[in-house]
Design a protein around this ligand. Structure first.
Ligand code: SF4
Ligand code: SF4
Length: 476
């Protein structure tokens, strides 16, 4: 369970002073083995996050979250609005995987892979340090009170350029990179709404990295708050070894054997991107970025003490007991993960290569022609999930005397697309005397997809009986 840690005097939050003013966190970079690894991972991830909207799989974008059409394409598969169960199973798989990852490795996502951390620590902060002269330079500009300091203005100009790139990239995940390119090439007057969305997104990205910064992790993101239930005493965390470090004693005050290894230099605090002191215990604001490990290891090297006063460990190991890998949550989560993933893969692999939906005509449920024949319009929506363009043959078996008009037959649907067509069935009024006739519709692509559907026609008898005109439906 997350401990309630005492705050530094005069501070309510790591980013807020007692008088309510913002405490700007200007972390001092710490070189070391963990920083080298994180930097490699971060650069790889930044390239990946920028590249994903451009990557394709099975002829589709790798990731496209088309919210207006309620179609989500993930790794070459498009979840349609009719795929609620599949999509829920996919989300369930991701959520349980995050639970398991956290139970085993703590906030490894936050510290190593979250886009907020990656962009903030490996793009925006390095630019800030370069242009403002490091944490000391930033502090001097803060204290000078000159909001239009040339170095700060230069930083904001570069931040804005970065925000433009990231804002456009972010939106490409939702509308596709082709659409973004089209919008960028045309005048904003031709697409004012899209331009406004783009401007707002860019502003939000800029505000996030220029102003809100680490508060996204410590205040806005709910994941940190879930820690208290997702972590247990065996989970891997970044932690300070109290037993080894205390009593901390600074510099010349250190008294030989009675002193702990912590020399109270404060470097672990100065390097922390969320502005906390890890020696206060496990805190919600700790994103497990490992910067304090590198800072402290360098100090230990200098004073000739073993590295690892701050390290990856678990609360069990800190207390001197062995780490338990086998525990209820490391058994339950994998079982749940296997159940979600197994069901998802099974349903996905056995799914038909087309989704067919039958709908009634828009407006009146049926019309009566001048010759006294009852005409039903049936709309047919076909989602082609196969890997090729298809021609769907529509065959309708109706009662004797029926006339079937299928304007487009076979009906072409490109791969990955969903198209709608209509056909019409007309019957003499007398055909409804004994109830509503049922027709059989067969849809076939001449290959892997061949299915039949029952559909109830509506007519005057139904209307006279006070029916709602909307019953009946397709069934495979
Ligand atoms: S960096 Fe290490 S030695 Fe320095 S204050 Fe932090 S824990 Fe103590
Ligand atoms: S306490 Fe250490 S691991 Fe946690 S956020 Fe701060 S620097 Fe990163």
């Amino acid at each position: 369970m997350t401990s309630i840690a005492p705050r530094a005097r005069g501070r309510v939050l790591p980013t807020m002073n007692e008088d309510g003013t913002r405490r700007w966190v200007r972390p001092r970079p710490s070189a070391g083995r963990w920083e080298t690894r994180r930097r490699g991972v971060a650069w790889g991830l930044m390239a990946l996050y920028l590249a994903i909207p451009h990557l394709r799989m099975n002829g589709k974008p790798l990731i496209l979250l088309d919210a207006p059409r309620r179609e989500f394409t993930l790794f070459g598969y498009t979840f349609l609005p009719t795929d609620t169960l599949l999509f829920m199973l996919f989300l369930g798989t991701v959520i349980v995987a995050v639970f398991l990852l956290t139970a085993l490795f703590g906030r490894v996502w936050c510290g190593w892979a979250c886009p907020q951390t990656v962009w903030m620590e490996y793009l925006f902060r390095p630019i800030e340090r370069l242009l403002e002269g490091g944490p000391a330079g930033s502090l001097a500009i803060d204290r000078g009170g000159n909001r239009f300091h040339p170095r700060r203005l230069a930083k904001f100009a570069v931040f804005l350029a970065m925000a433009l790139v990231l804002g456009h990239t972010f939106l490409a995940y939702f509308v596709g990179v082709d659409q973004i390119v089209l919008w960028v090439q045309r005048s904003p007057a031709e697409h004012p709404t899209a331009f406004a969305v783009m401007a707002v997104t860019t502003t939000l990205v800029f505000a996030d990295f220029a102003y809100f910064r680490e508060q996204t992790c410590t205040i806005a993101c709910p994941y940190g708050r879930w820690q208290s239930v997702l972590l247990d005493s065996s989970s891997l965390i970044v932690a300070y070894d109290h037993r080894r470090g205390e009593p901390r004693q600074r510099g010349t005050k250190r008294r030989g054997a009675t002193a702990g290894d912590c020399i109270d230099c404060g470097l672990c605090v100065q390097t922390c991107p969320t502005g906390i002191d890890i020696r206060d215990g496990l805190q919600m604001e700790c994103i497990h970025c490992t910067q304090c490990i590198d800072a402290c290891d360098a100090v230990m090297d200098k004073i000739g003490r073993p590295r690892g006063l701050i390290r990856y460990t678990s609360r069990e190991m800190l207390a001197g007991t062995a780490r338990h890998l086998l525990r209820p949550r490391t058994v339950i989560y994998p079982v749940a993960l296997a159940a979600f993933l197994g069901t998802f893969v099974f349903l996905l692999s056995t799914k038909a290569t087309a989704d067919v939906t039958l709908l009634r005509g828009v407006g009146d449920p049926f019309t009566v022609s001048a010759e006294g024949r009852v005409v039903n319009q049936v709309r047919l929506r076909i989602a082609n999930r196969s890997r090729a363009d298809q021609q769907y043959r529509i065959d309708v078996a109706a009662a004797e005397g029926a006339t079937v008009i299928v304007p487009v037959n076979p009906f072409p649907v490109a791969r990955g697309r969903t198209e709608t067509t209509s056909f019409f069935v007309s019957l003499p009024d007398a055909a409804f005397a004994g109830g509503e006739p049922i027709i059989t519709i067969r849809i076939s692509d001449g290959g892997t997809f061949d299915d039949t559907y029952q559909w109830r026609l509506l007519g005057p008898a139904r209307a006279r009986a006070g029916g709602d005109g909307g019953t009946g439906g397709g069934s495979g």
